[in-house]
Ligand binder design. Structure first.
Ligand code: SAM
Ligand code: SF4
Ligand code: F3S
Length: 474
């Protein structure tokens, strides 16, 4: 698809702003100050989408709240595993009663689940109290869709399958504090055989580098200090641009923005990770020496069946190189246990890779069949209880590795960005190291939002403990 057809024209976005004004006037005419609640599930990309929805709602005059008794309630959903979907259906069931006590309420379902034909059919037929259903492709049209609900009082569905588009300049309500998310690309072309994401998020589209740079600059200037660049596979950033420009180039350009801040990114696909990327990270001033590089399985046959397009040896070579240019690199990854047809010996190859690499932390999942994907059609004879045993073995190995890596910090001094309060009265502040390790620390509340040097005095599997050094915030 040509780039000009991917970018939503400014005239269309201006039309959406008119719908925002119309809705604002509608409530003002009724003398009501409307409220809205956005409940987001799933990954950071969805969190970023939720922040855009909140931005649009504010433009329409809504006050944001956590109460499900709001005038507009939006469930921004995730489809990646069955459990995530079941939770949403459970919530929808509970919201029937809330809506009975608030007949004017608009209940909307959006996000990745909404884009699945199986789900939108079920909502249409069995959840008649849901007024609006729209997938990620229609996010930028939310004002128009909400206006349709208010003016027709009919149920509105916008869930057509699509390549996907890029809408720039939409309003955003960011979290308070020092952390921000910036999407650099949308969609995924990889079709890993277990994964629903390419079906619900469309094809890869990269934002123009100038747009990304302007957004990061603005964030740094307004005090954000920990910025994460988002995409399903940031390593293929730029492949669809009309110039020779890749993710490493984007990082180099961002690095020229002055200020004290850190840049992270996720996720990276090993098949597209390059030495150029690692070299760029190593020599930059602002890139955190942290890498989330999902490997999914340590067995070559399973990797082939997953359609991952790299081998165990290639993965290990990438890690070797990355660590050679960044000896302080903090590594995390995603793993799936119990892929259809996986044997115990193959699952133990995954465990042995974890032992060999020494990840600082792992996101571990038991395979969940997603209707419509290739893997969901594959024979899956191993009982859940057996998969659970392999999974528990993996966790045991990883927890021991995390505890040992954390213990090695004790006695060192780390530069920590203090970003919140901890739930431990003896270590009242919480922060993150450059590698994104959680630190609970003793220190003055005035350190909140600042970088400071912290002497690490203790650790466990999940966190480090320490004391802010006097004068360490300079
Ligand atoms: N695009 C990213 C990548 O490739 O690394 C992450 C995509 S997904 C939102 C996050 C993780 O969920 C994946 O890395 C994978 O480990 C896991 N996942 C995806 N589909 C799954 C499934 N059907 N069952 C279990 N885990 C799954
Ligand atoms: Fe899913 Fe694979 Fe795409 Fe990640 S790269 S979103 S796991 S299909
Ligand atoms: Fe879930 Fe969609 Fe993210 S399926 S993990 S919310 S891209």
């Amino acid at each position: 698809m040509e780039r000009k057809d991917v970018l939503i024209p400014e005239a269309e976005l201006a039309r959406q702003r008119e719908f925002e004004e119309n809705i604002k006037a509608l409530f003002a005419g009724r003398g009501i100050r409307p409220t809205a609640c956005v409940d987001t599930f799933g990954c950071q990309q969805n969190v970023a989408d939720g922040q855009t929805l909140m931005g649009m709602l504010e433009q329409m005059g809504f006050t944001l709240t956590d109460s499900t008794d709001a005038d507009v309630v939006i469930l921004n959903t995730c489809a990646v595993r069955e459990h995530a979907e079941q939770r949403v259906f459970g919530n929808l069931g509970m919201l029937t009663h809330v809506k009975q006590g608030h007949p004017g309420q608009v209940l909307a379902l959006c996000g990745c689940m909404a884009q699945e034909p199986r789900v939108s059919k079920r909502i249409r037929e069995s959840y008649r109290h849901v007024d609006l259903v729209f997938g990620p492709h229609a996010l930028w049209r939310f004002p128009e869709l909400l206006w349709q609900v208010y003016t027709t009082r009919r149920r509105v569905f916008s869930v057509e399958d699509a390549h996907g588009s890029l809408a720039e300049g939409l309003p955003v309500v960011r979290e308070k504090g020092v952390k921000a998310w910036v999407s650099v690309m949308y969609g995924c072309n990889n079709f890993c055989s277990y994964c629903i994401v390419p079906y619900v998020r469309g094809r890869e589209r990269s934002r123009d580098p100038e747009r990304v740079l302007a957004e990061v600059r603005e964030l740094v200037e307004s005090g954000y200090k920990d910025i994460t660049l988002l995409g399903q596979n940031v390593n293929s950033y730029g492949h669809d641009l009309d110039r020779n420009y890749d993710f490493a180039d984007l990082l180099s350009d961002i690095d020229t923005i002055p200020g004290e801040y850190r840049i992270r990114f996720m996720s990276s696909h090993p098949k597209d990770a390059t030495y150029k990327l690692f070299d760029t990270m190593a020599r930059s001033t602002h890139m955190a020496h942290q890498l989330h590089l999902p490997f999914q399985s340590g067995n070559d046959r399973v990797l082939r069946e997953m359609n991952r397009r790299y081998t165990r040896a290639q993965y290990l070579e990438l890690i070797r190189y990355a660590k050679s240019v960044m000896p302080d690199l903090v590594l995390t990854s995603d793993v799936i246990i119990g892929f259809p047809g996986e044997t115990e010996a193959e699952a133990m190859d995954t465990v042995s890779l974890v032992e060999e690499v020494g990840f600082d932390a792992l996101f571990t999942f038991i395979y969940s069949p997603r209707p419509g994907t290739k893997a969901a059609e594959m024979p899956d004879p191993v009982p859940r209880a057996e998969k659970q045993k392999w999974f528990d073995r993996l966790l045991e190995v990883q927890n021991a590795a995390s505890a040992a890596l954390h213990a090695a910090y004790v006695g060192k001094t780390e530069r920590v960005l203090v970003d919140g309060e901890s739930d431990d009265a003896d270590f009242p502040l919480a922060g993150r190291t450059e590698g994104n390790r959680l630190v609970r620390l003793k220190g003055d509340a005035s350190l909140m939002g600042q970088f400071t040097d912290v002497r690490i005095t203790g650790s466990n599997t999940w966190a480090l403990y320490g004391e802010a050094l006097p004068g360490g915030a300079q």
